[in-house]
Design a protein around this ligand. Sequence first.
Ligand SMILES: Nc1cc(-c2cccs2)n[nH]1
Length: 230
Amino acid sequence: MRFDIVTLFPAIFEGYMTQGLLGKAIQRELVQIHQHDLRDWAPQTTHKPVDDKPFGGGPGMLIQVEPTVNCVEAVEKKADQSARRILLTPQGKRFDQRMAEDFATSGRLMLLCGRYEGFDQRVTDILEPEEVSIGDFVLNGGEVAAMVIVDAVVRLLPGVLGDENSSIDDSFSRGNRLLEFPQYTRPREFRGHAVPDVLTSGDHKAIAAWREQQSLQRTKQRRSDLLRDE
Ligand SMILES: Nc1cc(-c2cccs2)n[nH]1
């Protein structure tokens, strides 16, 4: 799978792409991530502006349509298949595990990261991206939102999580609407807090029943909305 990230701050992604699961997935060539600096598409002037004041007045600046559309079209011309275009914005459809599973089936995703007050409307009108929000809060830029999407999608790609770390039991995974049960490892007791006996009983049926009950109880306590019919 390939991600193309269009951004004013490509350096933001450097450390992120070399660490942990994502770093290993890139090394194993299970995923490619390419950053594209919007400033490379700015008018050939000394200070390379890619933003400007909104017509009609109002606070802040907008990213101009010309560098953005030219950048996206140039990136797409490099590859034989057009990428699925995602624009990160607080005004978008809420990202969730189901959307992550859908994105994981796409060969290529292009993530458009805005800054300032966002993109000129013509970017959306011309590129017709899917507008996606990672939550009802406002970030300073789309880059963090893009990392959230990359993180949630890459772990679902075949071969990224070893069999022993399958995502199948994760909260929200593949239609799972219960929060995950509590998890324990060694030591068996720490500061008076012991591992529940059932987990060391060897009785797999009882363990499964305990985990189901814990998931249901935790979901009722924390996210009863997940138990309501859609
Ligand atoms: N969910 C979400 C997205 C964003 C931004 C995307 C681009 C600039 S701010 N904030 N919150």
